[in-house]
Write a protein of this length. Sequence first.
Length: 321
Amino acid sequence: MFGTNTTWHGKPYYSLDAYLKNRYGHKCYKIAINAGMTCPNRDGTLDTRGCIFCSAGGSGDFAATGDSITTQLEQGKRLFGDKNIGEHYIAYFQAYTNTYAPVGYLRHIYTEALSHPEVCGISIATRPDCLGNEVLNLLEELQDAFPDKFLWIELGLQTIHEETASYIRRGYPLSCFEEAVKGLAARNIPYIVHVILGLPGETPNMIYRTIQYLNHLHPFGIKLQLLHILEGTDLADEYRAAKIRTYDKEEYLDILIKCLEYLSSDIIVHRLTGDGPKDILLAPRWSLNKRDVLNSLHQQMKLTNAYQGRLFHATGSIDTL
Ligand code: SF4
């Protein structure tokens, strides 16, 4: 049935690739940027330990480093090789909290990225408690200044459940997230929500409730990320002490497919696995074979006639699960 949805380009869900092909006619490549930020959950403002799963690289372990945004973009482009010359790139401000700096500095780095002729847009990963009015006004100003380019915000919500949020030391309540998305929606700034599947203590139904909750808010996109245990994190200590476990592949695929089926069919899926760096990924190691995970996912969805939105009910209550 999903095959009739030509905007999905043959996949059983609305992928970011499909969205970009619809908009630009071809693939766009993400270049991770490290803009030298820190995070209130690491610099002592809220905590010094960071979220329990966060690596020393501030969840930006693939981010390039360099003197300027332009230098990092050029370095990032070279990683894709010659075949992609002339294509579009997305500057992904990934490492740490990318709105956690004086507005003058933020204006400078975002403008530099948006002014690059091959950059079609920027995506800014941040926390909802770092999106005050001054920052929101800047984002709106930049949207107006670069009408041909896009500006997305990525928010690491991970879960709607307060007990899990406190366990992972997220450092803000759900009400803070709601306030931030209200501000973004009022300014028509598209946002992408990160959700982690497999957080300790969460049942599959708790995860589906997070998905149903997001359906009500209706973000532009979602990243469904498998819980990764990275070396050097407090989560790694818990894993080694056998206090927590991670999903096996079959379990993950079952839950992931259910999430996609509950998800509204027009929310763009930006990620379906995780991007744990090989050298520090403690578990689950099977996730390193991304191609195999995605092939298995597509195969299983095909076999079971599953597709994004199959179980979506616009009026469905988040308490029905
Ligand atoms: S908010 Fe992001 S950068 Fe900060 S500690 Fe948590 S995961 Fe790491």
